[in-house]
Design a binder for this molecule. Structure first.
Ligand code: ADP
Length: 654
């Protein structure tokens, strides 16, 4: 590269001099008196010019840096997540960032130029004014909590901090910069926590769902400042009465408490059923609650015939704000919380959403208390049943004790009577034996003398005397038969041998041998089943068979007797029988014939004494059995008797 000319060398010198002077800024300006001075002046001007250019360059640079800083600040200000407001000395908003506009739900342009105070809830305006005053007075100020009204309905809670600044607004003086944190969620969480704690505490302390719900109404009313609150719980028949309420007139409640889900229609009913009418669907929250800021106006806009459906009774009683929040238990809706207020716009969505978040807690508590109440009811009922049953059992026990007492007395009497009977039977047997035994002798003497009379004086007796002697002899014979019979009867009790296992076929054989001539004479046929061996008195068994067989042979009709002796084992006993094909017996006599001297025929037709069956009965009963007859006149008879089977095991007592 070509090196610089003399001119360029000059320029270079000038520039370095100017630089030096520009940096030093200290050399005093020279005074010009001659052309040489003029040249020097020119030179000086050039140096100044260069200095100015350099200063200009520096300024441009500083300007660019400043512009960039402003851009950065504006960007930072606009997009900072913290709501930020710049107010002038009158509290009018001069500037705000996007977060600030979003907080109030308005465009920045609509907020700028407005006094910030108009967005502060009236209750908090004094606190806001104090806060601003203290900022301006340079007093140390802790952040202030305010509730701001949003552009649409609703509000938000903020924690405000700020500084007072010199602000050259129209009014001059100092202004403010306010930064805030949206603490709506935090406040809601705190309130939710406090209310939940209050509800839980109430649940722990209240004994009935009625009492608990009254507490819930109280809590909701205090928290919301609402004029009327009621909790309606569905009944088993679909009714929806107020389980607890405050602030509603009695006339209002009288009408509403008659409502039932199946029959009536109002916003509470529709909330429980979650079946809303078309015009009110926009008033239903995502949580399924119905809320209306001005029910009177809303109902007024409906066709006159349908007005009662939309707010009906509430509108009639002047309630403008209405909310019906479903009371939930798990998946089900078990009632509704009804809020009503004569001032419009009392139940913004946040407030309703907040109550919705508490409903599962209330629903669970109600359900538990109701279940507890039901359980207590069942327990009381059960206890009453137990008491009643105990009373019944005690009465039955007393009755049983009385019956046992009576039975013991009766048994005692029975034992006494049995003993008396036994003694008197024994005496009777004794007497019968003695009488029959002692009567035998004189009777034989009478018979002997009568026959002697007949033999010794055959010529001296006329027909009449012979007839009398015949009668006397017959009477004596008859009496002898009776006495023999009675003797046999009394012997059954007195002379029974020891019982021993006896083959009853052997006893039957004995009887048949005694009756062999009678059997032959009657051309009778006697058959028998195999008979058991039982612990009995063999002689008495032979007599039993003999008496029954003798009757079967005696009470026959024209046909030759066919007699069968049978036996069958039953539980714990044997039943034996003697069946014939004889004349049979009328049913009404079937019991009587077992009594002594009871006969159904004349002696002429069928001889006998009427003692045979009485002896049979006594023998069977002595062996612990019973005797009976099954018969029909003309169809033969079957005399049955039972004997206990000693080999059978005794049956367990039931
Ligand atoms: P008796 O045979 O001496 O008359 P019982 O005491 O043996 O006395 O019988 C009583 C009555 O029972 C008999 O008079 C008779 O009328 C009736 N009787 C007994 N056995 C039979 C029978 N096998 N068939 C029909 N009647 C009978």
């Amino acid at each position: 590269m070509k090196r610089g000319t003399a001119k360029s060398k000059d320029a270079h010198a000038l520039r370095s001099r100017a630089k030096k002077r520009f940096r030093g800024q200290s050399s005093p300006r020279p005074r010009f008196r001659s052309p040489t001075d003029a040249r020097a002046l020119m030179h000086e001007v050039q140096v100044h010019q260069i200095e100015l250019e350099m200063q200009n360059e520096e300024l441009l640079k500083a300007q660019a840096v400043a512009r960039e800083a402003v851009d950065n600040y504006t960007e930072l200000f606009d997009f900072a997540p913290v709501p930020y407001f710049v107010l002038d000395a009158d509290g009018v908003v001069c500037d705000l960032n996007l977060a600030g506009a979003k907080l109030l739900g308005l465009d920045r342009g609509r907020i700028s130029g407005q006094r910030f105070e108009r967005y502060v809830r009236p209750d908090d305006r004094r606190a806001y004014a104090t806060f601003c005053y203290k900022l301006r007075a340079d007093e140390t100020q802790t952040p202030c909590e305010l509730t701001l009204l949003k552009a649409d309905v609703g509000f938000c809670h903020v924690l405000v901090d700020g500084t007072a600044v010199e602000k050259g607004g129209s009014a001059g003086g100092r202004g403010w910069r306010l930064a805030m944190i949206d603490i709506t969620e935090r406040r809601a969480a705190e309130t939710r926590r406090n209310l939940s704690a209050a509800l839980l505490e109430m649940f722990a302390n209240k004994s009935s769902s009625q009492e608990y719900l009254a507490g819930v109404v109280d809590v909701i009313r205090k928290w919301s400042g609402c004029q009327a609150v009621g909790i309606r719980v569905t009944g088993p028949q679909g009714e929806l009465p107020y389980a607890a309420c405050a602030g509603f007139e009695p006339d209002f409640l009288a009408v509403e408490n008659r409502f039932s889900l199946g029959r009536d229609d109002c916003c509470c009913m529709r909330t429980v059923k979650q079946d809303f009418a078309a015009p009110e669907r926009t008033l239903v929250t995502p949580g399924g609650s119905f809320r209306c800021d001005d029910a009177i106006a809303f109902a007024g806009r409906r066709p006159s015939g349908t007005q009662m459906r939309f707010g009906g009774n509430c509108v009639k009683f002047g309630f403008s704000s209405i909310a019906a929040i479903p009371l939930r238990w798990r998946e089900a809706i078990i009632g509704v919380v009804h809020l009503a207020d004569r001032r419009p716009g009392q139940f913004p969505p946040e407030r309703v959403a907040f109550l919705e978040s508490l409903m599962p807690l209330v629903g669970e508590a109600v359900q538990r208390l109701q279940t507890d109440a039901k359980l207590a009811e069942y327990r009381d009922h059960l206890e009453e049943l137990v008491r009643q049953r105990t009373r019944e059992l005690e009465a039955t026990n007393a009755q049983l004790r009385e019956e046992i007492g009576c039975r013991e007395v009766a048994e005692e009497m029975l034992v006494r009577k049995a003993e008396e009977l036994k003694r008197s039977n024994l005496e009777l047997e004794q007497f019968a034996y003695v009488a029959s035994h002692d009567l035998q002798e004189p009777l034989r003497a009478v018979g002997g003398f009568v026959r002697l009379l007949e033999r010794r004086f055959p010529d001296k007796l006329d027909a009449k005397a012979r007839e009398y002697i015949e009668g006397a002899a017959d009477g004596a014979n008859r009496m002898e038969e009776l006495i023999t019979g009675l003797l046999a009867l009394s012997r059954v009790g007195r002379e029974g041998r020891q019982r021993a296992p006896t083959d009853l076929s052997v006893a039957l054989e004995l009887a048949l041998r005694n009756l062999q001539f009678t059997i032959q004479a009657a051309q009778a046929e006697v058959t028998s089943d195999p008979l058991p061996t039982l612990p009995v008195d063999e002689g008495q068994m032979a007599q039993l068979f003999q008496n029954l067989l003798a009757n079967a042979l005696k009470f026959r009709n024209q046909t030759p007797p066919r007699i069968h002796v049978g036996a069958r084992a039953e539980e714990g006993r044997w039943v034996l029988w003697v069946r014939d094909n004889g004349i049979g017996i009328e049913p009404q006599y079937c019991e009587r014939i077992f009594q002594v001297f009871q006969r159904l025929h004349t002696r002429k037709k069928y001889p006998g004494t009427g003692i045979g069956l009485a002896i049979c009965k006594k023998i069977v009963e002595r062996h612990g059995g019973t005797i009976w007859v099954e018969s029909e006149p003309g169809q033969g008879s079957k005399f049955c008797f039972s004997l206990p089977d000693a080999s059978a095991r005794p049956r367990p007592e039931s």
